[in-house]
Design a protein around this ligand. Structure first.
Ligand code: OXD
Ligand code: MN
Length: 602
């Protein structure tokens, strides 16, 4: 199975829906002159178009149809083995000065980079079809909604963008009626899918993205990480809102009291699971609903609260570990109209991955296309294999997911994957301290990006790979938003991943995380108790509902332990981050660091 499909020749009425916007037409012609495709396919998002593209994608081996009875409307795609995750080292922020990109980004000069990309793109689409995909991020009637156009030579990208965004004529209409005429220019070419010729480039000042040499979702679905986060965060600072790597969920009590919560965890740390969580039996009558599982765009409402929308239209989730135990709502969602990437295929056209319910098949074709049996040393599915599924499949989808003004956020949660140091949950003292807690977030690395698995790295607000400008300026933007909120969300930090002396996880996680969420909601409602500690407020045993859960007092003590030696190490790690950020760190955060160190007696 390969991504590099030759040109297709659609019948009349398909792929010829050219928009009338002259700026768009001029830009497309410019890219045509450079890349010299055999033809242009203008996507309108219609069902006829979709059916035709699916048929062509199968014919050309870009996707394989899965068992129609078991997984109706679902397909498997296999990427090249060298192209399975985001490539942060080749992700560039191209701003006029290096300071604008800041010390945490890979900066490149825009003129030089355009020139290099132009060289790479010269004739790159010869023999291929160029697809032009108009799309909207955000509910179409939201003041935050953004229009983008992605040019691509990948059928897989077109099929995936139809799931992940509101794609087609709806975007062209939105642009026609927009007051500011703002739209994002995205160019993607697979080239020859060569890691040596792989670059994901952002030009925030031009509202432009150029991605070459990869077919992996996070690098090529330009709506997602590139527009909604990197360019999005740049626009958000300019325009006074927030673009964040956060899930958004609703939590409703049996009495009908509803709160919304936004949570930032790094890639592959359970955002999708948390956003779709089913509370344990003891929380009978409590309901969790999903607004989004990866990205939140948030603006200040007239009432001085923070309001969030999910800019996406689908979920691009990590597959391994997904089961009816870990995430029943995700499992129900991915039974139809799903594109699976890099999972294993069973002999009856079903899919398999490590951690799926039931016994492994006796034989399957693994993610690389090789024979696989339970005795194989290789994994059946790649650790970063993914599903792309429309959010509309989610049985727990929130009723207000399309609300243009967004939903009011009562709490913001930061969290990382930490074996030690970080307690199960704590609450920051206030917005400024909460900004510090988010800024100092750290996590053990996962397979979502190419890099050293398991190594702890600072990942401020889970935005390290996604902030499209200087991280110091980003912190300042956060510090400015707080005082503008009459009713700011409370800020918390969680860690589901603390381990005991024997190396096993102390907290059961998944649905049981409802217990943590309940304390957070109690705090938001002003009736949850807490003890004040050096790092913030933590629940006392009497404040935390453990009924129905078998867990020892000793384990709970360990989960909430604040150990001086671990925190001294943590503060030293935070200092390293400050050193790396040089002069860009806002003084308010330096003061927060000094206060934290002083509370630990140094
Ligand atoms: C993602 C990621 O795909 O963060 O959401 O890598
Ligand atoms: Mn993500």
């Amino acid at each position: 199975m390969d991504n590099l499909a030759p040109a297709i020749t659609p019948p009349k009425g398909i792929g010829d829906n050219e928009p009338s916007n002259q700026e768009v037409l001029d830009w497309v012609q410019e890219v045509v002159r450079l890349t010299t495709p055999d033809n242009i396919f203008w996507c309108d998002g219609s069902d006829e178009e979709h059916a035709y593209l699916l048929q062509e994608a199968q014919r050309l081996g870009v996707v394989t149809k899965l068992n129609e009875e078991k997984l109706p409307g679902s397909y498997l795609h296999r990427s090249k083995a060298n192209d399975v995750a985001r490539v942060e080292q080749f992700t560039l922020i191209c701003t006029p000065t290096e300071d604008e990109a800041g010390p945490t980004n890979n900066w490149r000069d825009p003129a030089e980079t355009y020139q290099q990309l132009n060289e790479m793109l010269k004739g790159a689409m010869k023999g291929r079809t160029m697809f032009v995909i108009p799309y909207i991020m955000g509910p179409p009637d939201s003041p935050l909604a953004k229009v983008g156009f992605e040019i691509t030579d990948s059928l897989y990208v077109v099929l995936s963008m139809r799931i992940m965004t509101r794609m087609g004529s709806v975007a062209v209409k939105r642009l026609e009626s927009s007051e500011n005429g703002e739209w994002n220019r995205g160019v993607h070419s697979l080239l020859d899918i060569n890691p040596e010729r792989r670059l994901i480039c952002h030009f925030p000042q031009d509202n432009a993205i150029i991605s070459v040499g990869s077919g992996y979702g996070g690098n090529v679905l330009l709506s997602k990480k590139c527009l909604a986060l990197r360019i999005g965060s740049y626009l958000a600072r300019k325009q006074g809102w927030l673009a964040e790597h956060m899930l958004i969920l609703g939590v409703e009590s049996p009495e009908g009291q509803k709160h919304y919560v936004a949570a930032a965890f790094p890639s592959a740390c359970g955002k999708t699971n948390f956003a779709m969580m089913i509370p344990p039996e003891h929380f009978n009558g409590w309901k969790i609903t999903t607004i989004g599982d990866d990205i939140a765009w948030m603006q200040i409402g007239d009432d001085g609260r923070l309001y969030a929308v999910n800019p996406e239209n689908g979920y691009f989730g990590v597959v391994p570990g997904t089961s009816y135990k870990s995430n029943p709502n995700a499992m129900k969602s991915i039974q139809r109209n799903t594109i699976y990437t890099n999972v294993a295929q069973t002999d009856d056209g079903d899919v398999w991955w490590e951690g799926k319910d039931g016994e492994p098949p006796q034989h399957a074709i693994d993610w690389r296309g090789n024979d696989w049996t339970p005795a194989s040393k290789e994994k059946a599915a790649h650790p970063n294999s993914r599903f792309a599924v429309p959010q509309w499949n989610n049985p727990a989808l929130d009723h207000d997911v399309e609300k243009g003004d967004g939903v009011p956020i009562s709490a913001i949660i930061f969290g990382g994957r930490r074996s030690d140091t970080m307690p199960l949950v704590f609450q920051a003292f206030d917005w400024e301290h909460g900004t510090y807690v988010g800024a100092m977030m750290a996590s053990e690395m996962t397979a979502a990006a190419v890099g050293a698995l398991g190594q702890v790295r600072r990942d401020p607000m889970a935005m390290l790979p996604f902030c499209g400008y200087n991280m110091g300026e980003y912190f300042k933007h956060w510090l400015k938003i707080g005082p503008r909120l009459k009713n700011p969300p409370l800020i918390f930090h969680v860690n589901w991943f603390r381990k005991g002396g024997d190396g096993s996880y102390l907290w059961p996680g998944f649905g049981e995380n409802m217990r943590v969420l309940k304390w957070i909601i109690d705090r938001c409602e002003g009736h949850g108790g807490a003890a004040e500690t050096e790092i913030g407020y933590i629940p006392r045993p009497e404040d935390f509902d453990l009924e129905g859960l078998e867990i020892t007092r000793e384990t709970m003590r360990e989960l909430f332990a604040i150990k001086g030696d671990e925190w001294k190490k943590e503060i030293a790690g935070q200092q390293e981050f400050f050193d790396n950020m040089q002069r860009f760190m806002p003084p308010e955060l330096s003061a927060q660091r000094d206060k934290l160190a002083a509370r630990f007696g140094s």
